[in-house]
Write a protein that binds this ligand. Structure first.
Ligand code: SF4
Length: 333
């Protein structure tokens, strides 16, 4: 199976319920950022996401309220570095109790002290370790030596302890496709539960010239798509076709909503035109039609999972061929 069966079923159940209720737009994933504090300052990360003070973090109650308000079955804990959130255990417990699937997006540096022995492995709790390349590349991207080795040590330990553990890789301008394949092989060698490969987003607040143009994304993802069948890559075949420039998709920014220490980020995980305190104001007043159209200049080079994976699945579900392709992809890997 590409993902644990419960995770796939939770998404299908949610889609079915939304469709029965006649909802065209609904969130499936909540990117919950309880804090903007981090123990790294990676070169491709938007500045506000790693410069926040711990004192400015969200309360546990605010986090759970956001989860209840949006109703998404999947909660990605990110930020900031979520393992630095002092209330992490209470948050994970509250999410498990609500039947949510939790993806803890982490640089892994603190897993041994903040997660192992504190939050036990659970079928609804996944670790997603950030790894942007092999040793030299990853340490360069993280602007610190030794991060790669520590992440690999933590990944091995996480698997030994029984955590569902995946890798999340961002492809930058300098990323060699051969290195991406090397990482896919590493995932197999470490018996990790998959790798999510995404093109980086060109944040206005990041000065480094590391991001890809649309044409460069297409070129790299055509090559990645070429070997994707051999590995457990956690992006649907339709998304990879989109990333490789073989099909167009509308954006679905509402499918992955983002709650931050400043409020609901509108319109999407990448663009913060506004930060809105109340869920209803955010949901009802964001001009979804405009953002779906991708006419905004900031959308031109965007090929992010958070915007397009939902549309890729919707597209697949329109035809029998697409449904079969999606089912085959889910059952293998
Ligand atoms: S295309 Fe990208 S930047 Fe634009 S709204 Fe969608 S997710 Fe956000």
């Amino acid at each position: 199976m590409r993902f644990p069966i419960g995770f796939t079923m939770a998404q299908m159940k949610h889609r079915g319920k939304m469709s029965r209720e006649g909802r065209k737009r609904y969130p499936t994933v909540l990117m919950l950022e309880p804090l903007y504090t981090c123990n790294l300052a990676c070169i491709g990360c938007s500045v506000e996401r790693h410069t926040g003070r711990l004192a400015d973090r969200m309360s546990l109650e605010q986090c759970l309220q956001a989860v209840d308000d949006c109703g998404a079955p999947i909660v990605n804990l990110c930020g900031g570095e979520p393992t630095l959130y002092p209330e992490l255990k209470g948050l994970v417990d509250g999410l498990i109790e609500r039947g949510k699937y939790i993806i803890c997006c982490t640089n892994a540096l603190k897993l041994d002290t903040k997660v192992f022995g504190v939050i036990p492995p659970h079928p609804q709790f996944f670790l997603m370790i950030h790894l942007d390349g092999m040793r030299k590349t990853h340490d360069h991207v993280c602007a610190r030596e030794g991060v790669f080795d520590k992440a690999i040590e933590m990944l091995r330990e996480a698997k030994r302890l029984g955590y569902v553990t995946m890798i999340n890789t961002t492809v930058f301008k300098e990323t060699e496709v051969a290195e991406v394949e090397e990482m896919c092989k590493l995932v197999e060698e470490l018996r990790a539960d998959g790798i999510l490969i995404s093109p980086g987003y060109d944040y206005e607040s990041v000065e480094a010239d590391v991001f890809l143009t649309k044409e460069q994304i297409h070129e790299k993802f055509q090559a990645i798509r070429g070997f994707s069948g051999k590995y457990k890559i956690n992006a649907t075949p339709m998304f990879l076709e989109f990333a490789a420039g073989m099909r167009e998709l509308p954006c679905a920014p509402w499918s992955t909503v983002n709650f931050t220490p400043k409020g609901w980020k509108a319109p999407c995980y990448l663009i913060g035109e506004g930060f809105i305190e109340k869920w209803d104001d955010f949901w009802e007043n964001t001009n979804w039609e405009y953002w779906e159209s991708r006419l905004d200049s900031r959308c031109q080079n965007c090929k992010m999972h958070s915007g397009f994976e939902h549309s890729a699945v919707e597209e697949a579900m329109k035809t029998m061929k697409g449904k079969l392709q999606l089912a085959a992809w889910s059952l293998t890997g």
